[in-house]
Design a protein around this ligand. Structure first.
Ligand SMILES: [Mn+2]
Length: 277
């Protein structure tokens, strides 16, 4: 059995399959972990969803911000009419995609933990403000329970509302939508923090171009980083660089014409596939 972890695929199905073929991936014995953002931007989001749904037994996925946005549009929130939204709505017009969402995608977690391998995987990372495994388990399940609830449309309509943005966990004292937004932002969108660990939610560039007043979340100390390897995606401008060895960023910008990256966990070997855009 080999465990493979692939970064943000964003609908680049052919490149994804070619990585699996490189290692003769076998769904009967191997495991596939995905850092989220499986859809949007690329040409084959539909094929990606069908494939993952069919092989769900061998797959461990975390939801990324784009996957959550797909769920948000599916819940019926008002869309903006951008080309991006139109593309997702077109995907949703396929009835079979609704079945995949209702039976599988909306039940996918925001965090995957493996206590034997000592791995935590999330789409964006683990905020320095959460320093033990119990808080991580409990906050992610708070949001996961809402994603599958009947009231999820209300949640989605406030999910990205700046009015409810809070950058400080405030020692677990946040409540309501501010609390949900902090959890969503930390697990699916975070990149930089101030030295005290509060989030900075606007800057996407690579660290060498950013003020030293800000630090990538993974360079702020947190006891949890000593106990687990943290696997994440989301931040393509890192391109596999900048992180300490026990924190691994696997989004290498496939959807920007760069490459898709796969890590073979047991032997720590990397495989890449250049993406055609
Ligand atoms: Mn992302």
């Amino acid at each position: 059995m080999t465990t493979y972890i692939i970064g943000d695929i964003h609908g680049y199905y052919n490149e994804f399959l070619s990585l699996l073929n490189k290692v003769n991936f076998n769904h009967k014995k191997d495991k596939l972990w995905l850092t989220g953002d499986i859809i949007a931007r690329g040409p084959d989001s539909e094929k990606m969803l069908f494939y993952l749904y069919n092989f769900q037994e061998s797959i461990r996925l975390v939801l990324g911000n784009h996957d959550l946005y797909l769920l948000a549009l599916y819940s019926g929130i008002i869309h903006t009419g951008t080309i991006y939204d139109k593309k997702i709505l077109e995907l949703l017009s396929n009835k079979k995609i609704s079945i995949i969402i209702d039976n599988w995608l909306k039940y996918q977690p925001l965090v995957q933990i493996d206590e034997e391998k000592k791995i935590i995987m999330t789409h964006a990372g683990i905020t320095p403000q959460w320093n033990n495994i119990d808080i991580i388990k409990s906050v992610s399940s708070e949001v996961e329970n809402i994603l599958i609830s009947k009231n999820n449309k209300i949640f989605f309509s406030y999910m990205s509302n700046k009015k409810y943005q809070s950058n400080d966990w405030n020692n677990n004292k946040l409540t309501g939508f501010k609390r949900f937004n902090f959890i969503i932002n930390s697990l699916t969108k975070m990149r930089y923090c101030y030295p005290d660990g509060t989030l900075e939610m606007t800057i996407k560039e690579e660290p060498k171009n950013v003020s030293k007043l800000l630090k990538p979340w993974f360079l702020i100390s947190n006891d949890i980083y000593k106990k687990y390897t943290i696997l994440f995606g989301h931040w393509s401008s890192l391109n596999g660089r900048y992180t300490p060895s026990y924190i691994m960023g696997l989004d290498t910008g496939c959807c920007w014409g760069n490459k898709l990256t796969m890590l073979s966990w047991e032997d720590k070997k990397f495989y890449t596939k250049k993406c055609k855009i």
